[in-house]
Design a protein around this ligand. Structure first.
Ligand code: SAH
Length: 346
């Protein structure tokens, strides 16, 4: 049987030091290797030019560099949004989306193949859950895309396929690797993790004082209404979610973003806007980001312009900041909630 070498991308300094120790290599080489893996755009072992040949030969015995294989990319009509397709070593396909807005270049990363949460309005949910991505597979989306684009990537959002907080350890490890000053060196302020509301992980994120930005997909203003579109609410009630959110902002003193996908006749009434004001006024340092629904099939619709405007006008009296996000790249199914691999056997 052919031996499967484990990829180096995704390993942190501690992992690399362990590899060095195992083979009797001086531990400072681990830091050098870390720097090579994350600060440089490398394709294979030949690119590691200033490491000793013996060390490289040792690495080659058990390892390869990249866990992902690039498959294809698709540009939106505006050319501002680009969707990338990758294959994992287990043969699964995943997507990432790169969005250009002025000086800001935001990359949206997938954290799972498919998703278990079954949010009724999301295309990824229709795939069901296939598998968790490991830290290397999450991070390699960034590294391989960085090799392909000219403009530096300025922001990362964990808002692609999957629920990041149901793959907590790997997502947090990847986020720390993105932040590490010895490697990619991206500020924690530019890294946002979005959750559908996995309360025990929000509590853990709070307790462990993670500095990355947190976003919570609210999408409903009563427990009943939210349960209908987000079954996760049955085990993670709206009250408990808001309570955990409040405790997060109080403990971390950080801002929290609530996302709210606006669905015609489901959560778009003036009463909903009023309830949002009441619920979120309780939480210090929160923002609301309204996302007009991107259509994926016939079940839900985007409210018309008038209705969106009425909803937004009502929110003007809120004491918290409110923004609206028009998803980019809907023409190539790269908008929020549109990521789904229709044929998973390429
Ligand atoms: N599972 C995570 C991250 C992925 S979804 C989460 O739920 O936060 C990223 C954002 O897109 C979420 O706020 C989600 O509510 C929103 N979304 C999902 N489907 C959508 C759709 N069809 N149109 C607009 N936004 C959508």
């Amino acid at each position: 049987m052919k031996k499967v070498n484990s990829p180096l991308i995704g390993k942190n300094l501690t992992d690399l030091k362990e590899i060095c120790e195992k083979h009797g290599v001086e531990s400072f080489r681990a830091k050098q290797l870390f720097n090579w893996l994350y600060s440089n755009d490398i394709k294979d072992f030949n690119d590691l030019t200033n490491l000793p040949k013996v060390f490289i030969n040792i690495l080659k015995l058990d390892h390869c560099i990249h866990p992902l294989e690039f498959v294809q990319s698709t540009k939106s009509n505006s050319e501002l949004t680009n969707k990338f397709l990758f294959k994992t070593r287990s043969g699964s396909l995943i997507e990432s989306v790169l969005m250009n807005e002025g000086n800001r270049v935001t990359l949206c990363l997938s954290t799972q193949v498919g998703c278990a949460l079954d949010c009724k309005f999301c295309a990824t949910a229709k795939m069901g859950f296939k598998e968790n991505l490991n830290s290397g597979e999450i991070l390699d989306q960034y590294l391989l895309i960085r090799q392909k684009v000219k403009k530096p990537i300025t922001n990362i959002v964990f808002m692609g396929m999957g629920e990041p907080f149901l793959n907590y350890k790997n997502v947090i490890k990847a986020a720390h690797l993105l932040h590490s000053p010895d490697g990619i060196n991206m500020s924690t302020k530019r890294i946002t993790i979005s959750t559908a509301g996995v309360i025990d992980k929000i509590k853990r994120f709070t307790k462990e004082k993670e500095k990355f930005k947190l976003a919570i997909s609210l999408n409903g203003t009563t427990n009943e209404q939210r349960s209908l579109i987000m079954p996760i609410t049955l085990k993670n009630s709206l009250d408990d979610l808001l309570d955990a959110s409040k405790k997060y902002t109080e403990s971390s003193k950080r801002w929290l973003t609530f996302e709210y996908v606006l669905l015609k006749e489901r959560n778009d009434t003036v009463e909903d806007a009023n309830r949002l004001i009441t619920l979120l006024t309780e939480i210090q340092r929160c923002k609301l980001n309204v996302i007009p629904y991107n259509e994926i099939d016939g079940e839900f619709q985007r409210p018309n312009q008038n209705q969106i405007q009425t909803f937004m006008n009502k929110l003007r009296s809120a004491r918290f900041p409110v923004t609206i996000r028009w998803s980019k790249g809907t023409d190539i199914d790269a908008g929020c909630g549109q990521l789904a691999i229709k044929n998973n056997s390429m």
